[in-house]
Design a protein around this ligand. Structure first.
Ligand code: PBG
Length: 338
């Protein structure tokens, strides 16, 4: 039997050649930024228990490892230091030490892989004993302007060390403009700012805090600076402010739970939009995979695709290596982009 249907959308899905030609959104390796954890206190890469296949890399192994990633086409890296507790204090002073781990990493990588794009996360939490992103007053309130002052100096250190971008992840008010001003005054006009503009106070950051050693026994509360997960207008306000203050790229974080925010940012701004698929988004897929409940490759690709479809031009993801394998295997030449 045949109905008299005027619309038969399946006509366009019937044939695999046509299906391929009509794909609206595809992930490319060039869209991906790989977050990399580095350490000084180990000689071998150390797997992070809550993040399978993600390691803390010792400096001695990092240059070769970056080479393996660039062979797959990954060219953008966000560096996160995991510091020895002895280097931490209440105000994170180690962040201003030009010889601190993260700056040594940048110098070493730029010497050996000058072509890569390096992003330096800018926040105090890897450097403070209390694990907050800023310095505290007597009542344990995170101080805004004093924190911005330190971060803007650290931005100059990061630029000196060779980072192409600094990425303030602290959510202090006004930090983008002060960081920009300090960079410019020090002649680092070419160093860009990827602003964590809409960073939500999310429960998905747990595994990351294990990775950098900033987790504390009593659950840390960052709600006086990170955004309430229910607040979309406030996120829009933050995104708009960072654009005005001089950010080059606006970021939303986490990613998949905030696709609505990514989409509205893409529609409202002409700057590139980045999204950070965070540690908990990674670990939840891994956990389901290890129970045999979800297919890791298929679900991670679907998750990244949803983030891109919502409007992200760049995606920070711990799946970058796996995803790039999938992409490279499916392209007919099999060759990663040069
Ligand atoms: C810290 C920072 C965090 C992440 C990136 N930078 C954690 C936090 O705000 O506590 C989270 C990344 C992730 O979960 O993958 N400024």
């Amino acid at each position: 039997m045949l109905y008299n249907l005027t619309q038969r959308p399946r006509r366009l899905r019937d044939n695999s050649v046509l299906r391929n030609s009509l794909i609206e959104n595809k992930i490319e390796v060039a869209d991906l930024i790989l977050p990399v954890f580095v350490t000084d206190s180990k000689n071998e890469p150390e797997e992070i228990p809550s993040m399978p296949e993600v390691y803390r890399w010792p400096l001695s192994k990092l240059v070769d490892q970056i080479g393996r990633w660039t062979d797959q086409g990954i060219q953008l890296f966000a560096i996160f230091p995991c510091l020895d507790e002895s280097l931490k204090d209440d105000s994170g002073t180690e962040i201003l030490n030009s010889n601190s781990l993260v700056y040594r990493v940048a110098r070493l990588l730029k010497e050996n892989h000058p072509e890569i794009v390096l992003i330096g996360d800018l926040a105090l939490d890897p450097y403070t004993i209390h694990g907050h992103d800023g310095i505290l007053d007597q009542n344990k309130k995170v101080l805004n302007d004093e924190t911005v002052e330190i971060l803007s100096k650290a931005g100059v250190e990061a630029a000196k060390a060779g980072f192409n971008f600094v990425a303030p992840s602290d959510m202090m008010d006004g930090r983008v403009s002060i960081i920009r001003k300090n960079l410019d005054q020090s002649n680092f006009t070419e160093t860009g700012i990827i602003a964590y503009s809409a960073k939500f106070c999310s429960s998905y950051y747990g595994p990351f805090r294990d990775a950098v050693g900033s987790s504390r026994k009593d659950r840390i509360d960052k709600s006086s600076y990170q955004l309430n997960p229910g607040n979309a207008n406030e996120a829009k306000r933050e995104l708009a402010l960072d654009e005005i203050e001089g950010a080059d790229i606006l970021m939303i974080k986490p990613a998949e739970p905030y696709l609505d925010i990514i989409q509205s940012a893409k529609l409202e701004h002409n700057l590139p939009i980045a999204a950070y698929q965070v540690s908990g988004e990674y670990s939840r897929l891994w956990a389901a995979h290890s129970f045999g409940w979800l297919d890791l490759d298929a679900c991670s690709m679907e998750s990244i695709l949803s983030i891109k479809r919502a409007g992200a031009d760049l995606i920070f993801t711990y799946f970058a290596e796996r995803i790039s394998h999938q992409i490279n295997q499916s392209t007919s030449s099999g060759a990663p982009p040069s």
